[in-house]
Design a protein around this ligand. Structure first.
Ligand SMILES: NC(=O)c1ccc[n+]([C@@H]2O[C@H](COP(=O)([O-])OP(=O)(O)OC[C@H]3O[C@@H](n4cnc5c(N)ncnc54)[C@H](O)[C@@H]3O)[C@@H](O)[C@H]2O)c1
Length: 426
């Protein structure tokens, strides 16, 4: 509009006799037409002025819709704010034209617009599969630090799927109904290099506030640190070293939880918090220092399984499809959380090594190494709250789930063609 007006102004300047093709006064012969022209102009001037006044009044009263007539402060809002919001909403939900702010759930179409940050990663890509299968429209943003496009190849070309290369430490504006915030390197070898937790979470909370989306944070059992309570319930505040090598992750997630609750209390946004315990399955990053992927890759390569410390520290292992089910139930449910999402089956590292030997190679050797700093001694979720309020509990045991990830790992390590992306594992 602005450029159009500028253009019109230039056009009328061009029509001015002093700059147009018509002869200028200096082109005319001396003492000939000049007195006649000026007499004519003087005679026509009153008519010209009356004409301009009528045209001005006409445009003032009839050129704008009544609702946008600048009679009050609402003019600024209508003119400057509404059009931006309206365009975004019109693209996605035709029935909501002209409305702003949070979209009442009853008015939403059946298909939701869902943002999954970190959706090219291990958990994120399985979550995307489920959401697309359910008929939702999914946007993934990922910087591919630990994720891979290959995890999402099977959705390329689907009009309900979009993938954007973006780092969540930078703001982004997308009109969506729900945000699953997973973007964050989750393994020790990667998270030391990345400040995603705090800055990325802040940006995604800002986005949720701006578009009125529901926000789910994927926090972690690491918020319990080296726990003094066993098993860990959500009421336990944890035992975390704030300055250790793992604290960028542990404390980063704790801060992310704090920010999430502050945005909930202070800005009224709908939030959900999941505290995820060790999860495994197809598409896990190879060689990222997480114990299940380490053991499986080592057994397949005929390398010794490296056990840190005496191998008596315990963990619980959840198959990825159970986690995805828990995340979706949490997002769709009425409770903020935090909720522990994990499998309460507890294994020592040596027991896990034994299951890997049984599944892949009975002759695989075990090699002991000194333990890493701040490695928790015990980890086991108390999932009573999730059972009661989400009606959720895991259903895939370690002995059933482990073989489901082996074919995917075998393919990625040796290039076998069978079950390349682990889709059968869903
Ligand atoms: N897998 C587990 O056992 C486990 C346990 C506890 C918590 N979690 C949490 O679940 C989430 C997903 O974990 P995962 O196991 O799938 O890890 P992953 O590393 O496979 O996935 C993380 C994804 O986030 C992306 N990412 C990282 N930093 C980013 C950034 N700054 N901007 C955009 N994208 C970025 C990565 O490229 C990757 O695709 C993480 O937040 C993690 O902390 C996972």
């Amino acid at each position: 509009m602005a450029s159009e007006l500028i253009h019109r102004a230039q056009a009328s300047e061009n029509r001015n006799p002093t700059t147009s093709d018509s002869p200028t006064p200096t082109d005319l012969p001396e003492n000939s037409a000049r007195p006649t022209t000026s007499r004519m102009l003087r005679a026509r001037l009153p008519f010209l002025l009356v004409g301009i006044a009528i045209a001005t009044l006409f445009f003032h009263f009839f050129s704008q819709p009544a609702s946008l007539t600048p009679t009050s402060d609402s003019f600024l809002e209508s003119e400057l704010v509404l059009p931006t919001r309206r365009v975004l909403l019109e693209e996605a939900t035709p029935s909501l034209r002209g409305k702003i702010g949070k979209v009442p759930s009853g008015l939403r179409g059946k298909r939701k617009r869902i943002l999954v940050t970190g959706g090219a990663g291990f958990v994120g890509s399985h979550l995307v599969d489920r959401l697309i299968e359910r008929g939702d429209s999914v946007i993934v943003i990922d910087n591919f630090f630990t994720g891979r496009k290959e995890n999402l190849f099977h959705h390329f070309g689907n009009p309900n799927f979009e993938l954007i290369r973006h780092d969540v430490v930078e703001p982004i504006l997308l009109e969506v109904d729900q945000i699953y915030h997973l973007a964050c390197p989750a393994s020790p070898v990667h998270y030391k290099f990345n400040p995603t937790n705090v800055v990325g979470t802040l940006n995604m909370l800002g986005l949720a506030k701006r578009v009125g989306a529901r926000f789910l944070l994927t926090s972690t059992s690491e918020v319990y640190g080296d726990p003094l309570q066993h098993p860990q319930a959500e009421t336990y505040w944890g035992n975390v070293n704030p300055i250790g090598v793992r604290s960028c992750y542990d404390e980063g997630k704790r801060t992310a939880e704090t920010l999430t609750m502050d945005y909930h209390r202070g800005a009224g946004i709908e939030v959900r918090i999941a505290r995820i315990f060790n999860t495994y399955g197809p598409r896990m990053c190879l060689d990222d220092g997480r114990v299940v992927s380490n053991f499986v890759a080592q057994a397949l390569r005929k390398e010794p399984l490296t056990v840190y410390g005496d191998g008596k520290q315990t963990r619980s292992f959840q198959y990825v499809s159970d986690l995805v089910e828990g995340l979706i139930r949490l997002m769709e449910g009425e409770h903020v959380g935090p909720f522990n999402l994990g499998n309460p089956g507890e294994f020592t590292m040596l027991e896990l090594a034994q299951v890997v030997q049984e599944t892949i190679d009975p002759n695989a050797k075990i090699e002991y190494r000194p333990n890493t700093e701040d490695d928790p001694h015990k980890r086991k979720p108390d999932i009573s709250k999730a059972k009661e309020l989400l009606g959720w509990q895991p259903s895939v045991s370690l002995r059933k789930g482990l073989p489901l990830m082996v074919s995917d790992f075998r393919q990625r390590i040796f290039g076998d063609s069978k079950d390349a992306l682990g889709n059968a594992a869903q």
